[in-house]
Design a protein around this ligand. Structure first.
Ligand SMILES: [Zn+2]
Ligand SMILES: [Zn+2]
Length: 462
């Protein structure tokens, strides 16, 4: 059997692993590369396999760095099942159509910019129509229930506790009469977080592929994180706004639960939360639909909201006019908008308006990949370019590590500690090169396992 690491190899985006075994071929995830010029090229490179030759696709969750290249895959001729959990099946069409919409818009702007200069016309990576076709192939599979995507393969999804619908994939592949168990961690969540449940512990694997986004450090504790959030809101609200770049799916719902709980405890007041993202509104609706698979704290906040008793004022803005109206709010607003890494979506407008104001704050709550606008701000840039304009950074910049949707070093090691015996092969992916290597070394020291960090497009026999 062979595994080829098509993406998320020594980087955090572009998750995709090709598995080939005796004439059988399938993909685990088909993610978008994000951040910078290099990503632009990788997203457009020809697939390193024949899309029509794949037997099936397994999808761990609906974040774009895991599902964002599916429209290209389908456009290239793939026409079989894409297996994922029921919540992911609901989320994928929403996420992909939004992504395609942003791509079409940005290509349009780029064309308008280039027109005067005689440059090459920029084309969107895929269109909304391409994105819509993916929904035809999505097949929902429940957590904990085995299914057979192929006569020689059994699969079971387990809750990865990362975002709504996120899954760890347990995959049994039969080759020459012998069965090998592969486990793909997908993105693993941090235990004891709002909204999602804790990741399910897995105890056996012959081959394990594990993520390492935060494999070199621990998050701040939840209590410290909440104290910091309260401090930022209190310092800012009278004269300025707090701008929060957040993934529409996951972090936005976490924040709403946390803000509601802080308001109930009387720790924040006098603020209005604007969720300025139609995508976040849709993702929140899907989250409510699947609340039975989520934590009870989330179910309680939903019940409060449905009774009109939410202790904090929250407004979901839909239209562009509503969104623009937020520009006139000079203080007391917590503006939550996508994208989480600031490389697309309405967040760019809010940053342009609020970054130059020293009385405002920008609050990062998630990982910022290299090459993104978010990373430049976190790294302390004094000036950034947004929509071709130079924007001075005078607002205070904070990072709330404790709300991360990814397991930290200790949580990853605890999850690995549940394996009853050493997997034959362990591959560390979904982490920047340095971090993935540090984490691999830690796992080698701690467990004595056969661990390595595969290179991009590397094929390994297992
Ligand atoms: Zn994710
Ligand atoms: Zn990811």
């Amino acid at each position: 059997m062979r595994l080829t690491f098509l993406g998320a190899a020594s980087e955090v985006t572009g998750s995709a692993t090709l598995v080939e075994a005796d004439g059988l071929a399938f993909l685990v995830d088909c993610g978008l590369f994000q951040g910078g010029r290099e990503a632009w090229e990788k997203n457009r490179a020809p697939f390193a396999f024949a899309p029509r030759a794949l037997d099936f696709v397994l999808l761990t969750h609906a974040h774009l760095d895991h599902c964002g290249l599916l429209p290209r895959l389908v456009a290239a001729g793939y026409g079989r099942d894409i297996h994922c959990t029921p919540a992911t099946a609901d989320l994928v069409p929403i996420m992909l159509e939004d992504s395609a919409h942003i791509m079409e818009k940005e290509a349009e702007w780029a064309r308008a910019r280039e027109e005067g200069r005689g440059g090459a016309a920029e084309r969107a990576l895929y269109t909304v129509a391409d994105a819509e076709r993916v929904a035809d192939f999505v097949a929902a599979q429940r957590y904990g229930r085995e299914f057979r995507p192929h006569p020689r393969v059994r699969v079971r999804f387990q809750d990865a506790g990362h975002i709504l619908g996120s899954a760890i994939a347990e995959v049994w592949v039969e080759e020459h009469g012998r069965e090998t168990k592969l486990v793909f961690s997908g993105d693993l969540g941090q235990p004891a977080r709002p909204v999602v449940r804790d990741p399910v512990r897995i105890d056996t694997a012959d081959v394990l592929v594990v993520e390492s986004t935060y494999g070199n450090r621990d998050h701040k504790g939840m209590r410290e994180t909440l104290d910091e959030l309260v401090a930022v809101v209190e310092q800012t609200r009278r004269r300025g706004n707090v701008v929060v770049p957040a993934f529409a799916l996951g972090r936005t719902q976490d924040l709403l639960v946390v803000l509601a709980e802080l308001a109930r405890a009387g720790r924040i007041g006098g603020v209005e939360v604007f969720v300025d993202s139609p995508l976040a509104a849709q993702a929140t609706a899907v989250t409510v639909k699947h609340q039975a698979t989520l934590d009870t704290d989330f179910q309680r906040v939903v019940a409060e909201a449905q009774r009109g008793e939410l202790p904090v004022r929250v407004r979901f803005t839909q239209s562009v006019d509503d969104s623009k109206a937020i520009n006139r709010v000079r203080s007391g607003a917590i503006i939550v908008a996508a994208s989480g890494m600031c490389d697309g979506g309405r967040i760019k407008h809010h940053l342009r308006n609020n970054l130059p104001r020293a009385e405002c704050a920008v609050l990062f709550t998630g990982f910022q990949a290299q090459g993104t606008l978010g990373r430049r701000i976190v790294d302390g840039a004094k000036v950034v370019r947004i929509f071709g304009e130079e924007v001075p950074v005078r607002a205070r910049v904070h990072t709330l590590g404790g709300l991360s949707a990814h397991a930290d070093r200790s949580a990853l090691l605890a999850w690995l500690g549940a394996f009853a015996r050493a997997p034959r092969h362990v591959f560390v992916n979904h982490g920047e090169a340095e971090i993935a290597n540090v984490f691999a070394a830690t796992v080698r020291d701690r467990f004595g396992w056969n661990v390595r960090v595969p290179g991009a497009l590397e094929t390994v026999g297992v």
